[in-house]
Design a binder for this molecule. Structure first.
Ligand code: RUB
Length: 313
């Protein structure tokens, strides 16, 4: 048996690592799709070896980006299905179908969850609102677009989201949908927050205590929102809840290349300058009003109840 991963799996890893595929939901779906493809690529008649290959492929994908909990949750869902099939003594062809179905189910549920979040969250948006969003979250945008499609009229501020400028994507998506959107520098968030009624952001991970890990700068925006008594809504699928945090583990914050912050040539001219480029930060639960999931709206402190239900504790 060749132990080489398929070129498609390596490509999926590179796409996630390089952020060609980015955003927690998309990362999770890309990983599930890559594992499905890998299942059909593995050429071994031994069910145990097939399982090992899928497990290894999953571990490899998980190492591409460390923060979005949706990634290990998606991989674990698919790998566990292979494990279940192994215990059921399925042959390799049956295991392939089993893994494929688990991956497809995850992808379908993820897309449905983002739609449902949009429907639930849109109820909290009213005509006349001024909304601020940060980074580029499909779930947060689902809330905003659904409210707009329901006929509500409102304005959106989109922060540019340095250093990778995901706010440009967000503002283009919203403008293309016909929504009134204004792109602002991240550093202008406090200046405009007094006008803002609701902050709507996504999440890469939610801790058992209701803290939210999202794009760097989210916690600053949440703190400014609290100062202005502006509501902070987080739109996130339940597969972004981190099981490890229940046991007290912290979510790793990805530190990215300094060259995303300043050009390499410039930094080489100034070798004494150190650069830190954290991709995410943690917003404590007391800075969040509620979390919109596909299962309904929860105060951050109530996430623990949802967690217990999801993991059947
Ligand atoms: C993206 C980001 C998004 C969340 C949620 O960061 O922080 O807010 O991933 O997105 P990056 P979604 O660009 O570094 O991946 O709601 O689409 O899952």
């Amino acid at each position: 048996m060749s132990t080489e991963f398929s070129p498609q799996l390596k490509q999926a890893f590179e796409d996630i690592k390089s952020m060609k595929v980015r955003g927690a939901g998309r990362i999770a779906r890309a990983a599930a799709a890559a594992l499905k493809n890998e299942a059909f690529y593995v050429n071994d008649d031994d069910p145990g070896k097939f399982f090992e290959r899928i497990q290894k492929a999953g571990d490899y994908l998980k190492s591409s980006r460390p923060t979005a909990v949706s990634l290990p949750n998606s991989v674990n869902t698919v790998v566990k299905s292979a494990q279940k099939g192994l215990l059921m003594k399925l042959d390799v062809n049956q295991l392939k179908e089993f893994v494929s179905k688990a991956a497809e189910d995850f992808i379908t549920k993820s897309i449905e969850a983002q739609k449902k979040i949009g429907e639930i969250g849109a109820k909290r948006i009213v005509s006349g609102d001024i909304i601020l969003t940060h980074c580029n979250s499909q779930s947060a945008i689902s809330v905003i677009k659904t409210a707009f499609n329901e006929g509500k009229s409102f304005k959106v501020f989109a922060t540019e989201t340095r250093p990778r400028f995901q706010g440009r994507l967000t503002s283009a998506w919203l403008a293309d949908a016909g929504i009134d959107v204004t792109l602002i520098p991240d550093s202008a968030a406090r200046l405009y927050m007094r006008k803002v009624d609701k902050v709507v952001v996504g999440a890469d991970a939610i801790a058992a205590n209701g803290a939210v890990v999202n794009k760097i700068g989210t916690s600053t925006i949440a703190a400014i929102a609290k100062e202005s008594r502006t509501r902070v809504m987080v739109a996130a699928e339940t597969y972004k809840i981190s099981p490890q945090t229940y046991l007290g583990e912290l979510i790793e914050i990805e530190i990215r290349s300094p060259y995303e912050v300043a050009p390499r040539a410039w930094l080489e001219k100034h070798p004494k300058i150190k650069v830190l480029n954290p991709a995410f930060d943690v917003t404590p639960p007391e800075y969040i009003d509620f979390i919109i999931t596909e299962r309904g709206i929860y105060p951050p402190q109530g996430i623990i109840m949802l967690f217990k239900e999801l993991y059947e504790l």
